[in-house]
Design a protein around this ligand. Structure first.
Ligand SMILES: [Zn+2]
Length: 211
């Protein structure tokens, strides 16, 4: 069944997951789903047009349901003025292919939203992954139409500020299981893990346009 519970992971053998891979490592396996993109930590200052051509080629694969992980990081990686055009190229491709974007955001909430707006790409859906910010940050992103993906560590007030139809779950690169993430999110919401899992899977299905 086409069910995605873990919205963002880098583990290639993850089940019911959207697996984020660099296009240069894209090697699709039967029954798996992927997002493809250039992570802002990984040499974005050396990317060439042929790297972006490869990204576009991978993004058109039927098992690729989103663009990413891409985004902006004010703490780590290349300078922001180098990261920004790379991020915008991902947004343009997402727009062209009608796909959402899995976004890495470290202290760059306004930068991300400004980039999208200035590129006239406000209609490109963003899923902000690994949300750890406070409720104010969450509301800013929610007001901009973003989905928020929560992992093992999150700010409970940000989670409580998020409408149920915008919540996603993820393991990212940590060893915690998606069931444990669901249990932690459920505890903060006063729900069962099964309820949270069903909600998050429904949201992922809608955002990723799964049948
Ligand atoms: Zn990640």
């Amino acid at each position: 069944m086409n069910r995605i519970i873990d919205f963002h992971t880098h583990r290639l053998d993850a089940a019911a997951a959207l697996i984020a891979v660099d296009p240069r490592q894209f090697n699709p396996q039967p029954g798996q789903f992927y997002s493809v993109g250039f992570h802002p930590w990984h040499d974005v200052d050396t990317l060439t047009d042929s790297d972006f051509a490869l990204l576009e080629q991978c993004a058109s694969h039927p098992q690729v349901l989103a663009i990413g992980e891409t985004g902006l990081d004010r703490i780590r990686g290349a300078r922001l003025d180098i990261q920004i055009p790379v991020f915008v190229r991902h947004l343009l491709l997402a727009h062209q292919l009608g796909l959402p974007v899995v976004v890495h955001n470290v202290r760059a909430t306004q930068d991300l939203l400004t980039c999208r707006h200035q590129a006239h790409l406000d209609d490109v859906p963003l899923a902000i992954h690994g949300v750890r910010g406070n409720a104010h940050v969450a509301r800013t992103l929610l007001d901009a139409g973003c989905y928020l993906s929560f992992g093992p560590v999150f700010n409970p007030e940000a989670l409580l500020a998020t409408p149920p139809d915008r919540i996603l779950l993820e393991t990212d690169d940590c060893p915690v299981s998606i069931d444990e993430v669901a249990a932690r999110v459920a505890a903060a919401l006063g729900q069962t893990a099964a309820q949270v899992t069903t909600t998050a899977a429904g949201n992922a299905r809608r955002l990723l346009q799964l049948p």
